[in-house]
Design a protein around this ligand. Structure first.
Ligand SMILES: CCCCCCCCCCC/C=C/C(=O)SCCNC(=O)CCNC(=O)[C@H](O)C(C)(C)COP(=O)(O)OP(=O)(O)OC[C@H]1O[C@@H](n2cnc3c(N)ncnc32)[C@H](O)[C@@H]1OP(=O)(O)O
Length: 393
């Protein structure tokens, strides 16, 4: 495994870096009663930490890491990791920030912090859902039917509707069910201010037993299955793009029959920035829809299109003012859903069927290429950068 890939893999294994980190201001003891902590108290705290019921989050884990190092080894005494070694650099920064804090004071701070964490993990907080009330992952996708329309709604607004692994599976199941249900029309839309921010980049932080290669292999299979469902969907499929769209939520639009967008929407495929390559059949559909040079600007250089630009390029069917978007779009779709369903299905078949074989071949090829890309240093560095520095594209 290449150098950086190895480091990222170790970070996956440790589960250390699963969300953006910031080194917090540490409220530290520097003397007085702090000196009373014994080595035994410290060892007990180390064991107690392993019994915590809840993950304390990366900021706290980083604080604990720094205090542990200071308590056991004293002030930071190792060379600063290289700029691209994001994870070890963040850890080094946290340790180094403790300066000349004594080993005893670091021990005391460590013990205090662990005891605070243990206390709070035992007393239920009113905001935290009890274990048996834990929201299932599937709440990130809401499927409803009514007025002749089945609506598949991405429902993770706090994460800009980024697609978790579970959501890919749930969307596949929802499309399979919708292809057989009573509704003549199926819609994909998002909750909140985003349509979708694309693949959830933390999907790549849970490494399976087979390591990065196995992760890349299973991701490629999931991607191919996911896109196949859009290629094969037999009824009118409409995207109601309620806000900005990124990555795979843009590329699959080429497989929809109609795309309505609010004028707030943008369309962004930052694949090169992420060391990745196009998917969703966009390497084939985008040049067909908008011509090869406009497609290249989006897919190679990550040019972000406004809704109006995407409409001018043919990726979007129509743009609506944000203030009337929902009202106008749903009224129109309700009217369309009253059209004879078999006629709409058959018309879709005639329009799409002769392309299907080609689209399946493109999908398989794109998924294979991405499988390799996900193992590249370019891709791993980009993902680590997003996770560690909350980089914005
Ligand atoms: C082993 C099985 C694995 C299965 C995987 C299947 C593989 C299929 C993969 C197919 C290939 C797909 C490719 C893509 O889609 S590439 C595009 C990926 N997306 C991005 O690069 C977008 C990253 N996000 C951003 O740049 C910004 O968040 C964004 C511009 C979208 C919004 O910025 P803003 O400042 O308005 O908001 P925040 O950044 O504060 O975001 C709010 C919180 O949401 C989190 N977030 C947003 N997008 C993502 C994302 N894509 N992945 C993970 N997390 C995301 C963000 O971190 C914030 O979280 P916190 O509040 O906790 O900080």
């Amino acid at each position: 495994m290449a150098g950086f890939a190895g480091r990222l893999a170790r970070c996956w294994y440790s589960g250390f870096l699963r969300s953006p980190l910031q080194v917090p201001a540490l409220g530290l003891h520097v003397g007085g009663p702090a000196m009373q902590t014994s080595q035994k108290d410290f060892n007990n705290a180390v064991s107690q930490l392993k019994l915590l019921k809840e993950d304390p989050g990366n900021e706290v884990k980083l604080k604990l890491y720094a205090l542990y190092k200071q308590a056991t080894e004293g002030p930071c005494n190792v060379p600063k990791p290289g700029m691209l070694d994001f994870i070890n650099k963040t850890k080094w920064d946290a340790w180094n920030a403790l300066g000349s804090l004594s080993k005893e004071a670091a021990r005391q701070n460590y013990v205090d912090l662990v005891s605070k964490l243990s206390a709070s993990s035992e007393s239920p907080s009113p905001e935290a859902p009890a274990a048996d009330k834990k929201q299932p992952e599937s709440d990130s996708l809401v499927v409803t039917s009514g007025d002749g329309i089945t609506t598949i709604r991405l429902n993770r607004p706090t994460k800009k509707n980024a697609l978790t692994t579970q959501m890919y599976h749930d969307i596949i199941a929802a499309l399979q069910a919708a292809s057989k249900d009573e509704s003549p029309i199926t819609v994909l839309t998002g909750s909140g201010d985003y349509f979708c921010s694309g693949n959830d980049l933390t999907n790549f932080t849970s490494l399976p037993a087979g390591g990065p290669e196995e992760m890349a292999r299973s991701s490629a299979v999931l991607l191919r299955d996911f896109v196949n469902c859009f290629i094969d969907f037999p009824k009118p499929l409409v995207a109601v793009v309620n806000g900005p769209a990124v990555g795979i939520s843009v590329t699959i639009l080429g497989l929809f029959d109609v795309v309505y967008a609010t004028d707030r929407a943008t369309f962004h495929t930052p694949f090169s920035h992420l060391g990745q390559s196009p998917e969703g059949c966009s390497s084939y559909t985008f040049p067909k829809i908008m011509g090869s040079s406009k497609a290249a600007e989006m897919l190679l250089f990550g040019k972000k299109l406004t809704a109006q630009e995407a409409c001018a390029q043919g990726l979007v069917t129509e743009v609506f003012p944000d203030s009337t978007f929902q009202k106008e779009v749903w009224a129109r779709l309700k009217a369309y859903s009253k059209l004879p369903p078999n006629a709409m299905r058959i018309s879709k078949q005639i329009i799409r069927d002769r392309e299907k074989e080609k689209l399946h071949a493109v999908n398989a090829e794109e998924s294979n290429v991405l499988r390799e890309r996900w193992l590249s240093d370019e891709c791993m560095n980009a993902i680590a950068s997003f996770l560690s520095r909350k980089s914005k594209l």
